[in-house]
Design a protein around this ligand. Structure first.
Ligand code: SF4
Ligand code: SF4
Ligand code: FES
Length: 237
């Protein structure tokens, strides 16, 4: 397999981004974007398709290489994916694949972005108060599969870093707690859910289609809306 990785590179936040096309060859039918980046980074004296020296290493993040940690999220051919789960063959055996950092977060270097806003948002929701709550098994399992990778935020038309709306990376963890809390402790969290999640969500579910964990987002939404939104209205009548 002979492909070209066209990578959007940037040395630091203070420098301008530029595209660099780097050829990559492999016999491994199951090679992924992560495989290609690892192999390129282990090379010496590489040149791009224009004959220019390639600045190495290409910066990117990874940990598990098994679709479990969410660290390697990036945009490949316009779609947010986990690099360790994106097989090159799905893009054709001889083609150019574009590789960019996630666009909703500040770039640190090359393909590394600062996704700390996801965790800051979760801190705002103060979910740790409810960690001891007795959770519903199915909902808790579905919710716990979130990798906090940010792929859902990449395609969400309503999310931007620092905005009031927290997106699906906030929805999924909160849904685990909402159903479990006793009525007396629920109010504050239900209010946060409506303000930070429900009211900003257009329900297009673009996020569901790109979630690499395949989380049953519909199920979590239906459940959380029932608890935090509809019950509230039913009570008013
Ligand atoms: S909901 Fe899916 S896409 Fe969004 S952060 Fe969690 S695992 Fe990633
Ligand atoms: S349903 Fe649409 S608006 Fe709501 S979190 Fe998903 S992508 Fe964003
Ligand atoms: S390196 Fe952990 S999900 Fe890809």
């Amino acid at each position: 397999m002979q492909i070209t990785l066209k990578i959007l590179r940037r040395e630091s936040p203070d420098t301008s981004p530029y595209w660099q096309s780097i050829p990559f060859q492999t016999e491994d039918e199951n090679a992924t974007v992560a495989t290609a980046l690892t192999n390129i980074n282990s090379g010496n004296g590489l040149t791009d398709t224009e004959g220019n020296a390639v600045r190495l290493p290409i910066q990117w993040e990874c940990s598990c290489l098994q679709k479990k940690c969410g660290a390697c999220a990036m945009v490949v051919n316009g779609c947010p994916v986990l690099a360790c789960n994106a097989q090159l063959k799905q893009f054709g055996k001889s083609s150019t694949i574009t590789v960019e950092p996630l666009r909703k977060f500040p770039v640190v270097s090359d393909l590394v972005t600062d996704r700390s806003i996801i965790f800051e948002n979760l801190k705002t929701l103060r979910l740790w108060f409810a960690q001891q709550a007795q959770t519903d098994g199915d909902i808790a399992y579905e919710s716990s599969r979130c990798l906090q990778c940010g792929c859902c935020l990449e395609v969400c038309p309503n999310f931007y870093a620092g905005g009031e709306f927290f997106g699906m990376a906030g929805f999924v963890p909160i849904s685990r707690i909402l159903t479990a809390l006793p009525e007396s402790q629920k109010q504050e969290l239900c209010q946060a859910y409506r303000k930070r999640l429900y009211e900003g969500c257009g329900k297009s579910l673009a996020c569901r289609n790109v979630c690499p964990a395949g989380i049953d987002i519909d199920k979590l939404l239906i459940n959380s809306n029932a608890v935090a939104v509809w019950k509230r209205f039913f009570r008013k009548r």
